[in-house]
Design a protein around this ligand. Structure first.
Ligand SMILES: CC(C)(COP(=O)(O)OP(=O)(O)OC[C@H]1O[C@@H](n2cnc3c(N)ncnc32)[C@H](O)[C@@H]1OP(=O)(O)O)[C@@H](O)C(=O)NCCC(=O)NCCS
Length: 210
């Protein structure tokens, strides 16, 4: 994707009070708040998620220094976050360097959930991969879960199931192609019907699919 179209999309979002960008150390407390809240929400629903120990071990200052901590802001308030890393030796140990960006720790503040933030963050990740001339975005998640389905509706396909269990559940690896995205006005959202749930989803339109 050329810089000009990336800038156009960014400009549009900024006008809407929406900004997604890599943050430095100053963004770490906001991201931690989002992750902790998401983790509490997940465990309150009896679902597998990140333990406190795992969140503590996630070295956000290190990731922010590497440009891998991405935060979504609504009117300058941090509402979504993710890590976008250049390698994932744990789940993708044999991957060639530079073949993918690896998405981890995607989370949205509950007050902003269900408003397309997950979609926006994923769209940003795909666009960023394309901007860096990296062909894929990859992730790991719980197999056959609502989350795997969520990622499936965002273009991720199942690569394989992993032998290792996490929280007693099978994990899987998924990937999608990088892609230039046009982010639409929040007051005129694209409404997509999930083929699986028939639910309306606010989102974005991808252009130039590969
Ligand atoms: C995943 C997430 C970023 C998506 O945010 P969003 O785009 O605003 O969408 P929603 O919060 O409405 O979530 C989409 C669906 O995924 C479900 N979901 C979200 N996290 C889930 C989890 N950890 N396990 C199972 N289902 C989950 C939601 O319940 C919702 O399902 P529904 O549409 O059937 O009600 C957000 O739900 C979140 O922060 N989840 C907790 C953290 C997490 O699990 N991150 C992913 C790690 S792989």
């Amino acid at each position: 994707m050329g810089e000009s179209s990336a800038n156009t999309a960014t400009g549009l979002l900024t006008e809407l009070g929406i900004q997604i960008r890599a943050v430095g150390p100053e963004g770490v407390p906001g991201a931690l708040l989002i992750l902790r809240e998401a983790s509490r929400w997940v465990s309150s629903r009896g679902l597998p998620g990140w333990s406190d120990a795992e969140l503590q071990a996630t070295d956000l200052p290190h990731h922010s220094a590497a440009g891998a901590l991405i935060v979504g802001f609504a009117d300058e308030s941090p509402v979504a976050c993710m890590l976008l890393q250049r390698s994932d030796p744990k789940y993708w140990p044999r991957a060639t360097s530079g073949s993918a960006l690896y998405l981890h720790k995607l989370a949205v503040r509950r007050a902003h959930a269900g408003r397309g933030w997950g979609s926006r963050m994923i769209a940003w990740a795909k666009s960023e991969a394309q901007r860096q001339h990296i062909k894929r975005v990859r992730l790991d998640t719980w197999a056959d879960s609502r989350l795997a389905e969520f990622y499936g509706t965002h273009g991720f396909r199942l690569i394989d199931h992993l032998a290792e269990l996490r929280d007693g559940m099978v994990m899987c690896r998924m990937e999608c192609r990088s892609n230039r995205c046009t982010l639409l006005h929040a007051d005129r959202p694209t409404v997509q019907r999930s083929p699986l749930h028939g639910r309306e989803r606010k989102g974005f339109r991808e252009v130039n699919p590969q």
